[in-house]
Design a protein around this ligand. Structure first.
Ligand SMILES: [Zn+2]
Length: 328
């Protein structure tokens, strides 16, 4: 066959091949970080949209009627779990037929407020594996803003700040896709495995970025407590969350005064706030203690496509670079 005829034949066949690979699954992820991970696993077989838009604060976000409709029309919903999506129960009422997959099952869970024990060198120890009975009570359907909700011992949902946990997400997502679309099961598993390799490389890269921070400066004070898993993985200590475990919490004056004392006592050069929530309390502590606030970490959300954290890998790299610059 002459090459030119082969080309013509290929061009004639290609549109049909593409049509045969049309989207097999329509998936809604709650967080946009989770949506990025799901896109890596699903590739062109899965159409993934996120409920919480880029730059938004997941703790404060509430679904619109359009979001409820989006969920009702999906093949499945992916959620972080661990009480993160306080709106999930309400969404489920309107989409009872749509399976909800909790991607964090199998992850070792840290409690909020592990830093309360000043005498413990490494206060943050896993309280158990998420998904096993009794590890975390499921608070997803409870009303938010309960003062007791994020007290010491409650489960911290910000598991994605350790890429090793995101590998577990990717594997759980692959199994959920495989169950919903068995014909492509091996493709989803292979993509999750390839993405896991990327995340292992990312993990090593983050360690390298942070290598400039000496042991005594591996201390984090954050606006709301979202870096415990990051700290646990990379040998940092979270000594304070200004707001608590959620951006909806507010500190009392005594907490602020204690944090100023801690910052001075530990000679901490910088504290960290996030783009998606107000840094006003962090600013108060920093000006009292005469130190710097790094106010542009990404916590709950990726940036927009043109921003510095438009994928999960860039999100983690960006935050690590900011932390390394400020404490290194
Ligand atoms: Zn958070």
């Amino acid at each position: 066959m002459k090459p030119s005829i082969l080309c013509i034949l290929l061009l004639a066949v290609l549109p049909f091949t593409a049509a045969a690979q049309e989207t097999a699954l329509t998936v809604v992820a709650t967080s946009n970080i989770l949506a990025d991970v799901a896109s890596h696993v699903g590739g062109d077989l899965v159409s993934v949209t996120a409920l919480i838009p880029p730059g938004a604060d997941g703790h404060a976000w509430q679904p619109t009627p359009a979001d409820v409709l989006k969920v009702a029309q999906a093949d499945l919903v992916l959620a972080v779990g661990i009480g993160y999506e306080t709106f999930l129960g309400g969404l489920a009422e309107n989409a009872a037929d749509v399976p909800q997959v909790i991607v964090s099952n199998g992850i070792g869970i840290l409690p909020f407020g592990g830093h309360d024990h000043e005498d413990e060198e490494h206060a943050e120890e896993h309280v158990g594996i998420y998904g096993e009975p009794g590890v975390c009570e499921d608070r997803a359907e409870e009303d938010h803003a309960d003062e007791e909700e994020h007290e010491h011992g409650a489960c911290d949902p910000h598991v994605w700040t350790d890429p090793n946990n995101v590998i577990i997400w990717a594997n759980n997502i692959a199994e959920a896709f495989a169950a919903a679309d068995p014909a492509n099961a091996e493709i989803y598993r292979a993509r999750a495995a390839a993405y896991a390799d990327e995340l292992k490389t990312l993990d090593a890269e983050i360690e390298h970025i942070l290598a400039v921070v000496p042991e005594e400066r591996r201390v984090l004070v954050t606006n709301h407590e979202f870096l415990s898993y990051f700290a646990h993985r990379y040998g940092f200590r979270v000594v304070g969350g200004i707001l608590g475990g959620s951006t909806l919490d507010e500190p009392d004056p005594q907490t602020l005064a204690e944090l100023v004392k801690t910052v001075r006592a530990l000679n901490i050069p910088a504290i960290f706030a996030e783009v998606s929530a107000s840094s006003r309390f962090a600013d108060v502590i920093a000006s009292e203690a005469g130190i710097m606030v790094v106010s542009d970490l990404y916590s709950e959300s990726l940036s927009g496509a043109d921003g510095p954290a438009s994928t999960y890998a860039d999100y983690l790299r960006y935050n690590a670079q900011k932390i390394a610059e400020a404490l290194g």
